[in-house]
Design a protein around this ligand. Structure first.
Ligand SMILES: *Cc1c(COP(=O)(O)O)cnc(C)c1O
Length: 236
């Protein structure tokens, strides 16, 4: 990584933090109430460290293999790590003990495997339940109509602690329409909080990415996950 690239990442993180703070204040909250997760996929350890040095709160990785490689390289040292991608049940064991939160829990079956692996490690794993808020066929995630039933089942698991909800809304143009999905998420979040389930703490609402994080914050997001806004376009 060149000095120039480091500077670019540093400035991008600062710009994002400024916009996050403004959006938080505009919606009557404090800047520190919003967690900035750097979605670090496709970015090497050095670039991850540059983002950490510039002040992101959390690193988020969405492939197990890539996470393990960068973990070995101490890329995430000093910051919590979230898993944010599609997770196969047979890979759960590699994450336990390394990630402070699994944001992308899209089924009771996956939650049960996490519970089993966390029990083996003697820990309680924080998770978010991922909703398929746009009911898209191509996407994993819990159907909004099934969330209560899922919560009731996951609440029984001793080694899993639900901390809130996560979603990747459908791609829409313009952003105007996306607030519809953010608002739906926010309403579900409020409804579930009001039900006061045992063993469920509703303090995290993870939604909003590079293109729409300010709108997401206006609608109540407490976690935003930014990739391209911090690191530039990904080259697949
Ligand atoms: C890549 C990714 C992001 C960030 O996307 P950008 O549009 O680049 O900000 C957020 N959440 C998840 C789950 C991702 O995989």
């Amino acid at each position: 990584m060149t000095e120039e690239e480091r500077k670019t990442i540093t400035q991008a993180v600062q710009t994002a933090k400024k916009r996050i703070a403004e959006a938080a204040i505009a919606s009557g909250r404090k800047p520190e109430d919003i967690t900035l997760v750097a979605a670090t996929k496709m970015n090497d350890a050095e670039r991850v460290r540059a983002a950490i040095a510039a002040g992101v709160d959390v690193c988020g990785e969405n492939r197990v293999q890539e996470l393990l490689e960068k973990y070995e390289q101490h890329a995430y040292d000093g910051k919590p790590l979230h898993f944010i991608g599609t997770l196969q049940t047979n890979k759960v064991k590699y994450l336990i003990g390394k990630v402070s939160m699994i944001e992308s829990v899209s089924s009771v079956k996956l939650a049960k495997v996490i519970d089993k692996e966390a029990a083996k490690a003697g820990i309680c794993q924080d998770i978010l339940l991922e909703l398929n808020i746009g009911r898209e066929e191509s996407k994993l995630g819990i159907d909004p109509d099934e969330i209560d039933s899922v919560i009731e089942q996951v609440a029984q698991l001793e080694h899993v602690h639900v901390r809130g909800l996560m979603a990747i809304p459908p791609k829409t143009q313009p952003n105007q329409e996306k607030t519809l999905y953010f608002d739906r998420m926010s309403q579900l979040f409020i409804d579930i909080s009001a039900k006061k389930y045992d063993n469920i703490t509703m303090d995290c609402l993870s939604m909003g990415m590079s293109a729409d994080y300010c709108e997401a914050i206006s609608c109540g997001a407490t976690i935003v996950r930014l990739g391209t806004a911090l690191f530039g376009a990904r080259h697949y």
